[in-house]
Design a protein around this ligand. Structure first.
Ligand code: ZN
Length: 190
């Protein structure tokens, strides 16, 4: 940030009094411009024994697979965001169910909130964000072509739970940037 979004004056980068981190501070109007982690909301859309996967038509990770997820908008709940992203990325309508996973990704200052979703019909279709959408059984999931480690782990949680007949809430901290399918992770205690 170079200029104050409130008044347009050039900002300074300094540690405000009684704070402990440098912030962008406007010397003209006094506004302190805080930056905080972003929330990504998504869901695993389920139809019968299959889940809906989307091939990314946008960068980053163009051409790789994900389930619908994206940045939460202002003034919406995480569940509303998950349903909206599902519609935007796959044209599928879902009823959002229980929370599946909360995954911290501090190296990019993101928090993923992933839900289980029940598709209202088997309808889905490509969008500007997805070059292909497909309902997949577990043995059809392209594990080596998943776009992000958060998505990979969430799918593992989903299928492990389903095999056990439970619906757990999983927490995980991805502490290291290790590629899209990390082997080194730290799972938070449950
Ligand atoms: Zn200002």
């Amino acid at each position: 940030m170079k200029f104050c979004s409130d008044c347009g004056h050039a900002v300074e980068h300094l540690i405000p009094p009684s704070d402990h981190l440098p912030r962008h501070v406007c010397p003209s109007c006094g506004t302190i411009h805080y930056r905080n982690p972003k929330v990504i909301a998504g869901c695993v859309p389920v139809w019968e024994d299959k889940v809906l996967m989307c091939r990314r038509n946008i960068e980053p990770r163009l051409g790789l697979w994900t389930f619908p997820a994206g940045f939460l908008e202002m003034s919406e709940t995480s569940a509303q965001g998950a349903a909206r992203e599902t519609l935007e990325e796959s044209q599928a309508e879902v009823d959002i169910g229980g929370l599946l996973a909360v995954i911290n990704v501090p190296y990019v200052s993101q928090i993923y909130m992933i839900y289980r979703g029940t598709m209202r019909s088997p309808h889905h279709a490509i969008t500007s964000e997805s070059s292909e959408t497909r309902l997949m059984r577990e043995d059809e999931i392209p594990w080596d072509e998943i776009a992000f480690p958060t998505i990979w782990h969430s799918l593992k949680f989903f299928f492990e739970d389903r095999a056990k007949g439970v619906e757990g809430i999983h927490t995980m901290d991805l502490l290291f940037r290790t590629g899209r399918r990390p082997e080194v992770t730290t799972a938070a205690p449950e």
